[in-house]
Design a protein around this ligand. Structure first.
Ligand code: F6R
Length: 338
């Protein structure tokens, strides 16, 4: 099976953090009469980005539930930033650097006087931020944004460390072990993919695995060109679960669980209820001990599952033509002024 960039993930993670500048905290900019001081205290981190770049925010949000991060993480997948922020740090992530929503958000953050750091392989985000002296971390390339996940995630983790949000140094290598472990489970991933053929996967996760669930859904969409839904527990147990009573053709319940999940026992009860209505949920157990290790295991293992599904379906995994067409048309119709 062609694993595309997955075998390179350990080296993508390691290479990407070499480009994070040491002096991030000593930056002081003056943009349109506003002084932006990167040494000041922050009271939140906004992670803005779309799709394969935006999922970095979801994963960091999961991690912070285990790590007890010093400030809240706000995940923004929009062209505007949330209102009424006080002293946020904004991390703008766009693999290509050409995603208009992310460029707009970064511009808005600077206009509001917030410190911004870009993570990208180049593109317009890099040009626009660099021209203003805003730090940009240039990250190594992959075959498509989603295959560059570690190269987007790892620099963001180092930024959190530099801003004293959380200490990550003891975790970085464990994340790489999680990737390497998942790469040893390709046969299991192929088996899981076989069970998903002719189905609409319903992916059940707890709040603390939201990032893994969203990433799996996105990879099903983009690699296997497959519809799927994510239900996040406990909220999903108050609505999505009600539909289990209807034997809709082709739904396949997949419950993803880590060993120490926040609300993990809740998910066990949920699985029993789903089963009691005759459904046979597939349970995917994340392997590892450390929080980053578990998330990276999940993202890698489930990503490979979607490549296996693409192969079983005879689908070309890399290209995502509808997304490209949307971006082109948004540009052509000048929906965004960037
Ligand atoms: C394609 C993919 C998409 C992109 C999204 C945003 O591989 O993963 O979800 O990530 O369209 O584009 P970027 O990441 O370039 O900002």
């Amino acid at each position: 099976m062609n694993l595309i960039d997955y075998p390179r993930w350990p080296s993508l993670a390691r290479e990407s953090i070499l480009n994070v500048p040491m002096d991030l905290r000593s930056i002081r900019l003056s943009i349109d009469g506003k002084v932006i001081d990167y040494s000041g205290d922050i009271d939140s981190v906004i992670i803005t980005g779309m799709g394969g770049s935006g999922v970095v925010g979801d994963i960091i949000n999961d991690l912070c539930l285990f790590w007890d991060c010093r400030v809240p993480i706000i995940v923004s997948k929009n062209m505007r930033l949330p209102r009424r922020l006080s002293r946020p740090l904004v991390i703008a992530i766009s693999y290509s650097g050409n995603t208009a929503e992310t460029i707009m958000s970064a511009n808005e953050a600077l206009a509001r006087g917030y410190p911004v750091i870009g993570i990208t392989t180049g593109g317009r985000l890099s040009t626009a931020l660099s021209a203003k002296g805003v730090p940009v971390i240039l990250t190594p390339k992959a075959s498509a944004p989603r295959y560059g996940l570690p190269a987007l995630l790892y620099p963001a983790l180092i930024i959190l460390e530099r801003f004293s949000v959380v200490s990550v140094t003891n975790e970085l290598e464990s994340g790489i072990s999680g990737i390497e472990n998942a790469l040893k489970h390709v046969d299991d991933a192929v088996n899981l993919a076989r069970q998903l053929v002719n189905s609409v996967p319903v992916v059940w996760v707890t709040e603390s695995r939201r990032g893994v669930g969203i990433r799996f859904k996105n990879d099903l969409n983009e690699n296997a060109k497959y519809y799927s839904v994510v239900s996040v527990v406990p909220e999903g147990a108050h609505n999505d679960i009600a539909a289990v009573i209807t034997k809709q053709n082709g739904l396949k319940h997949v419950a993803i669980m880590g060993p120490n999940d926040y609300e993990g026992r809740y998910e066990e009860v949920l699985i029993d209820v789903i089963s009691s209505f005759g459904a046979k949920p597939i349970i995917v157990k994340l392997e590892g001990k450390m929080p980053l290790e578990l998330e990276m295991y999940g993202a890698t293992y489930l990503g490979i599952t979607t490549l296996a599904l693409a192969e079983l379906l005879g689908v070309e995994p890399v290209s995502t033509e509808p997304i490209d067409r949307l971006k082109n048309l948004l540009n052509e119709r000048k929906v965004f002024q960037v």
